[in-house]
Design a protein around this ligand. Sequence first.
Ligand code: MN
Length: 187
Amino acid sequence: MSRSLARHRARHDPHRGGRDDGPIFVIQQHDASTLHYDFRLEVEGVLKSWAVPKGPSTDPRDKRLAIPTADHPLAYADFEGVIPAGQYGAGSVLIWDRGHYRNLQESEDAPSIAEQLADGHATIWLEGHKLRGGYALIHTRLEKGKDWLLVKIDDAAADARRNPVSTEPASVVSGRTLAQVAAEEED
Ligand code: MN
């Protein structure tokens, strides 16, 4: 499938709403060599991706390390299951949250998300099932320029008392936990 066709289908997936809802984001819990959360944003036809070891927070005081990983095709936003042993990323994957996002910079001459990421500081508004509100992705330029931080913006949707990574572990698509995904797809 061509990238543009994949994009067209993704935009018309009834589970994701119509194309007017904007680009998608997905957060996949992934039990590979270490457990982490893959945070992915649709940008220019691919899923820009970061591995977030502790997962996202709803508390603006938390700065969550986000390590850039390879771009993934848009269709990967639908993947939940088990990556077989021996393959890259072997282990179970669960769709922990998914929805649309928008650029928080809304003026007509505002930089696109691709431009903001190239500049090392992007601000987005997430409309997911578990996560909602503003988030910033900030390039730290510390560890040899590799690492980013994912931080909740202090807005009306911020909530220091929530901890959805702990309290809302199930898939937003199937309702399964990661252990159930692993067990059900073992046979
Ligand atoms: Mn991963």
